[in-house]
Design a protein around this ligand. Structure first.
Ligand code: ADP
Ligand code: MG
Length: 833
């Protein structure tokens, strides 16, 4: 700990003994502080000490103004305590010393000592504006950059952030909250936005609301106190055309910097006070060194409490200056040339401290491209790894297949036929299949899967079919048993116990069971297959990566077919399921009737009830779906139960109602479902547990309460529960609160029945998170690229394929760096896979 603190302690103790008359120093403590602070800063060995120096100085600058001995005594004891504490907890020598305090941007450190008020004065960011600079760039521009060598990845990049001068243990802890541990993490901590302060204006042309920079000289600066005890620094800046006042709250040290005649640059949004233009808490810099905070496009970083924008910016500048040039470019020259990409070093510089919008745009594009390429290469590699295992080439008994298909009471749709072709072609190869089958609810995926399962069985092997819920598993078992009566089909669910279960286990182990349908129970440890050749996973988004992997590992490289009824737009599917082959069923069996959908205001609820009564009188059945209750399953069940009681007693007293929710035992759920399916219940009041795949053709109407709280995909899934029979079907949406976004969702529901159209819409309304589900956690984080950027995706995919064709495992030395970049990028998720 510095001797400066010891000196200060002595003076403060003297002041205590002198009864707080501010006589310990001639002229008062305020006179001593500016002298003290210089030496204290010089001696400070770490950022936390520096912060303490600033805090102490800051509070002591107000000492003389404290009204009485008791306030003064409190302040002094508080400071003495702080100093003592700091001495006792003195930072370990490992903490990086601040080598040359002159270089340290002390203004920045000072701010870190101030509370978070700094954060809110960050001006409004310029929005997307910069994102889309897609321009033609000549080849020279690319080649004229730093020479490209096959460099080595410098290990120093993996050093902890406190290696950076100016970053001490304290800041490192704060950065860790942002997930930043290494120098490399920091370098790739990209601005979340930018503020364009590159526009300079003379003061006499400023207009309120302008986001600008001015250059001028300080005419005078003063510090005063507001009635509430805030210290206000006022500085009058002139540039020859006019002058303007700038004010800052609680940062009195600014006055020390902005002395009269100093040349300064001020950036901010022009405000008004008493009819005159002012800057309130603008960014400022003395016009001498590098400009970071003013007069340029200024980066705005995602902040964490406790690190001010200014501090982060100046630390980042150091990191970029020192480390960026050391990173070799992982993108091969050929790739960069093909896609006209900026070099890595330059793009790191430009993305953090852009020289202009065009350069920034190119930098962002390059970084995004690299990310997307790395993602795609990783997916390709996974696919390749998957495919390099030896799989079972199954024989396709065409005669049986033709006979089976022609025995169906309907014809396969063209889309089903195509899907079947894809799947059977895969299964006939000695390469394990890994295919995603997508298709809207009711398009007939189950039939396609059943045929695939039968093919496996006819080869003397086993097929497993895993569904997310017991009801669904049962339904699949029922319909597949009907389709394939000649095969031994077993159903394995969690509710199966004792002898029965043991028997099924045994049948699976001995191979007596050919097609095994079930829930998670299928992947229990003690389930052993004799020869699993095909694993089918229904509603894949309900299962995690691990659960899928567990099922796969029940066999030796079985063929895998995953199915989803959540239609993912093709582009998104390619971005994130690039390791899987994709088949889409985009056609419904003929004769499906559109489900007429209406959106009613809640005051029209009675009309909806009347309509339901009418339908029931005609012999049909209805669903009433209760609203989602966020974050509280208990609450949701309670309200469903209450709704059920209310509807039974006062709305439909003459009809037969049933209740279904997630807390019911699966037996009870099944009982309710079976009673409904068999027509013993007229109206099923339910939470969203009926969402997935239940088939009750006689149900023709669905009322969805609180429809505004559901996403489009979920509404569509729910609605798919009706319209499964011959009769016209209806869906009524009731909303309790309608935001503009909810309004858009509800409206589009009434306009289309097409799952893909809805998915596309949902994607734009709610972002990709909704679709990816568990998949998302199996992918690396994209910092810059968006999975929705189609153009970028296509470019990166194409490049990944090109690289792949020439050098499948990226073994060519020119791909060394790229290959380790793929490893690094996918590293964090490796554990999850
Ligand atoms: P998904 O699993 O894709 O939601 P299902 O396989 O459950 O859809 O099919 C829904 C219904 O459509 C089932 O009753 C099924 O028998 C029937 N179906 C399947 N394919 C056809 C077809 N080509 N023509 C007519 N009906 C079909
Ligand atoms: Mg289905």
């Amino acid at each position: 700990m510095s001797s400066a603190f010891k000196k200060l302690s002595k003076i403060l103790e003297l002041e205590q003994r002198g009864n707080y008359k501010n006589k310990a120093v001639i002229g008062g403590i305020e006179k001593y502080i500016p002298v003290w602070i210089e030496s204290a800063r010089t001696e400070a060995q770490s950022e936390s000490v520096l912060a303490l120096v600033e805090q102490v100085a800051d509070s002591l600058m107000g000492y003389g103004r404290l009204p009485g001995a008791s306030a003064r005594s409190q302040l002094i004891s508080a400071i003495l305590e702080r100093i003592e504490l700091a001495i006792s907890q003195q930072e370990t020598p490992a903490a990086t010393p601040v080598k040359t305090p002159v270089v340290v941007d002390t203004t920045a450190v000072q701010e870190s000592a101030v509370d978070d008020t700094m954060v809110q004065v960050e001006p409004e960011p310029i929005h997307q504006a910069i994102q889309d600079v897609v321009e033609d760039v000549s080849d020279e521009e690319i080649v004229s950059e730093e020479p490209v060598e096959i460099g080595e990845w410098p290990d120093e990049l993996e050093l902890p952030v406190d290696t950076v001068s100016g970053i001490g243990a304290q800041t490192a802890t704060k950065l860790e909250k942002l997930g930043i541990r290494t120098v490399y993490d920091l370098l790739t901590h990209y601005p979340r936005d930018y503020v364009d302060y590159s526009k300079l204006k003379p003061i006499n042309q400023l207009e309120p609301g302008d986001q600008v920079t001015i250059i001028g000289t300080v005419k005078e600066t003063s510090v005063s106190s507001s009635r509430r005890g805030k210290r206000i620094t006022r500085s009058l800046i002139g540039d020859g055309t006019a002058s303007i006042e700038c004010t800052w709250f609680n940062q009195p040290w600014i006055a020390e910097k902005l002395r009269a005649r100093a040349a300064v640059m001020i950036s901010g949004t022009v405000g008004q006070y008493l009819g005159r233009n002012t800057f309130q808490s603008p960014s400022w810099e003395l016009v001498d060194g590098d400009r970071l905070h003013t007069g340029r496009i200024v980066p705005v970083y995602p902040l964490t409490a406790g690190i001010s924008a200014k501090v982060l910016r100046s630390r980042m500048k150091k990191v970029v200056d020192q480390w960026a040039p050391q990173i070799p470019d992982p993108l091969p020259v050929a790739t960069r040339r093909r896609h006209k990409l900026m070099g890595l070093v330059e793009s790191l510089r430009e993305v953090h401290f852009p020289s202009n919008e065009r350069q920034l745009g190119r930098a962002r594009q390059r970084i995004a491209f690299e990310e997307m390429l790395t993602l795609q290469l990783g997916l390709l590699r996974m696919r390749q790894q998957w495919r390099s295992a030896e799989g079972l080439a199954l024989e396709i008994d065409q005669e049986w297949l033709d006979g089976f298909v022609s025995s169906l009471p309907f014809e396969l749709t063209q889309a089903q036929q195509n899907a079947l072709d894809d799947i059977l072609k895969d299964m006939a190869e000695p390469v394990p299949m890994n295919r995603l089958l997508q298709g809207d609810v009711g398009c007939g995926k189950t039939l396609v899967a059943a045929i695939a399962a039968a093919i496996a069985a006819r080869n003397g092997a086993q097929a497993a079919f895993m569904a997310p819920t017991e009801i669904l598993a049962e339904q699949h078992a029922k319909s597949i048993r009907e389709l394939l009566p000649e095969h031994k089909i077993v159903l394995l669910t969690g509710s199966l116990v004792g002898r029965e279960r043991e028997q099924i286990y045994q049948d699976i182990t001995t191979g007596t069971a050919e097609i095994i349908i079930g829930t998670h129970a299928l992947i229990q440890e003690n389930v052993e297959f004799r020869n699993l050749a095909l694993a089918i996973i229904d509603e894949q988004h309900r299962f995690g990566v691990e659960q899928r992997a567990t099922l796969q590992h029940k066999g030796i490289h079985p063929h895998v077919l995953v199915m989803t009824a959540t239609p993912i737009p093709r582009t998104l599917a390619l971005s994130v399921y690039g390791d899987l082959d994709l088949t889409i069923i985009d056609e419904m069996p003929p004769g499906r009737k559109e489900i007429k959908t209406y959106w009613l205001e809640s005051h029209s609820r009675q009309r909806a009830y009347d309509f339901i009564t009418k339908q029931v009188r005609e012999g049909y059945q209805a669903f009433i779906i209760c609203p989602l209750v966020e974050d509280s399953a208990d609450q949701e069940i309670k309200s469903a139960t209450q709704e059920y009681e209310r509807l039974s007693t006062s709305v439909f007293p003459d009809l037969r109602l049933g209740l279904m929710h997630g807390r019911l035992k699966s037996k009870e759920k099944d009982a309710a479902m079976i009673r409904f399916a068999e027509g013993e219940i007229d109206i099923l009041v339910s939470t969203t547990v009926v969402e997935v795949g239940i088939d009750v053709p006689n149900a023709t109407i669905m009322l969805i309460e609180g429809a505004n709280r559901f996403g489009l995909a979920q509404l569509h899934q729910l609605r798919g529960r009706v319209g499964r029979g011959e009769a016209p079907s209806y869906c009524i949406l009731l909303a309790d609160r309608v935001t503009p976004e909810a309004k858009e969702r509800l409206t589009v529901m009434t306009q289309t029945d097409d799952g893909f159209v809805l998915a596309e819409k949902d994607l734009h309304l709610r972002g990709p998170g909704e679709f990816l589900g568990t998949r998302q956690s199996g992918l690396p984080d994209l910092k810059m690229a968006s999975v929705l950027d189609v153009e970028l995706l296509e470019e990166a995919r194409e490049e990944a394929q090109t690289l792949y064709q020439h050098d499948q495992w990226l073994q060519d030395p020119v791909h060394n760096l790229l290959s380790s970049q793929v490893d690094r990028f996918w590293h964090d998720v490796a554990g999850k896979n």
